[in-house]
Ligand binder design. Structure first.
Ligand SMILES: Cc1cc2nc3c(=O)[nH]c(=O)nc-3n(C[C@H](O)[C@H](O)[C@H](O)COP(=O)(O)OP(=O)(O)OC[C@H]3O[C@@H](n4cnc5c(N)ncnc54)[C@H](O)[C@@H]3O)c2cc1C
Length: 397
């Protein structure tokens, strides 16, 4: 392998890295994806909730084993057991197999001309390329030349950058007769899951994913939505960090020729850490910008800076405003204590829930959160907790 040469090497063979590689290869450039796990899509580290419109924009068609279930309702359960339920049919949200999604993205990338090496790990960016190890690297042949490296190593890559933005999570795939088909559950509880919540995602016929994330939780012990006395049979479990601080400052480093995409660039939603769509789009937008850059266009006279700026502008145009408002909403919600959460869930009116059901958008959902907070005069209920930030989010409060 020593001496192998590519235009682009992508580190991380999950949704953002694979879609980036697909776009680079489709532009006629050579690209290699290195993935440290044994198999693309495995282990499955995701709840698999995604809108069908999001999938369409990613260029992926849910077929066969990928589509597991359709979400029809979303229930928020307060710490004292009250419920508020939103009709989610209009939003067209699917529960999919993440394994199958990543496999389809890998298939598309390969068909476009990308090479993929599993069991191969990026060690470091070197002056001439990248150093890799594992199956693709061989015992001593581990340098691959490339012009651009794409960092698509996921949220774990951000751990050294800012530990405060990382929250541990655990998710269990289970059989449980109490999991209701079509109904996603969100269970906020500031004492049990500080800074996040627990969830239940049905995948059909008594099967589903239950999980929890929170600052300082014991991810090994906490079973979130299923941990409160409701029994279940565990099929598999995963532990993974999530990033909740929004996009990092710079998506590129001109000195080293690195472009960062997906969760590694903080492109998952600050409210829920969902990133199949926004991180996947990060990969696509970066891949297209890289391709144009290698063709000699799109700011290429400014080198990697021109490429990085063009990709960043495209991602911000699509997600910037929404992610900023989600970050504000997150800060407000993080300060709410259980009393305030109970208050919101108990007092939200059926009309407000109907309005959220009719207008909310799964991918750009901050307007739904605003309605929930605003609908019950939450500003009064939660007083100083909300203050100036709520006024930024809900003008007129
Ligand atoms: C428990 C949980 C549930 C979630 N549920 C949802 C959901 O329902 N809906 C949703 O939209 N999002 C969800 N997410 C978020 C979603 O999974 C991520 O936003 C998405 O996977 C990000 O994709 P990515 O390609 O950027 O990174 P990742 O999917 O994290 O992939 C990074 C890849 O890089 C590889 N890698 C790491 N280091 C190296 C290295 N040195 N060399 C080579 N390869 C390396 C890893 O093995 C991995 O395959 C969830 C996340 C978690 C943790």
């Amino acid at each position: 392998m020593r001496g192998a040469s590519y235009d682009v090497v992508v580190a991380g063979g999950s949704i953002s890295g694979l879609l980036c590689a697909r776009e680079v290869a489709a532009g006629g450039h050579s690209v290699l994806v290195v993935e440290e796990d044994y198999e693309i899509g495995t282990p499955e580290h995701c709840g698999g909730l995604v809108s069908s419109r999001g999938l369409e924009e990613l260029g992926v068609v849910p077929f066969g084993g990928m589509l597991m279930h359709r979400v029809e309702r979303a229930r928020i359960t307060s710490p004292d057991g009250a419920h508020a339920e939103i009709d989610a049919k209009r939003q067209n949200v699917l529960c999919i197999s993440r394994r199958e999604l990543d496999k389809q993205a890998a298939h598309q990338a390969q068909r476009a001309g990308a090479d993929i090496m599993t069991r191969t790990s990026l060690q470091e960016r070197t002056r001439e390329g990248v150093r890799i190890s594992g199956a693709g690297g061989g015992a001593d042949a581990s340098i691959i030349n490339c012009r651009i490296m794409v960092d698509a190593r996921g949220a774990a890559a951000l751990a050294q950058r800012d530990r405060d933005g990382i929250i541990p999570s655990a998710q269990y795939e289970v059989y449980a007769d109490w999991i209701e088909d079509g109904r996603v559950e969100v269970l906020p509880d500031r004492l049990k899951y500080p800074g996040f919540f627990a969830w239940v995602i049905p995948s059909g016929r008594g099967r589903g994913r239950i999980g929890a994330a929170g600052r300082g939780i014991n991810a090994l012990a906490d079973r979130g939505g299923g941990g409160d006395g409701r029994g279940c049979g565990i099929i598999r479990k995963i532990f993974a960090p999530i990033w909740i601080k929004g996009p990092i400052k710079r998506f590129h480093d001109a000195g080293s020729g690195i472009i960062t995409v997906g969760d590694a660039a903080g492109q998952a939603k600050p409210t829920t850490a969902g990133g199949i769509f926004s991180s996947g789009m990060g990969g696509i937008l970066a891949g297209r910008a890289i391709s144009r850059h290698l063709d000699g266009g799109d700011g290429s006279t400014r080198g990697i800076d021109g490429l990085g700026d063009s990709y960043r502008a495209a991602w911000y145009k699509r997600f910037g405003g929404e992610f900023e408002r989600q970050s504000i909403a997150r800060r407000i919600l993080e300060r709410a204590d259980n009393g305030a959460i109970n208050d919101v869930i108990r007092r939200v009116s059926p009309e407000a829930l109907r309005e959220i059901s009719a207008e909310d958008d799964f991918d750009f959902h901050v307007s739904g959160i605003i309605k929930l907070l605003g609908a019950v005069g939450t500003a009064r209920a939660a007083g100083s907790m909300l203050g100036a930030e709520l006024r930024r989010l809900i003008p007129g409060q």
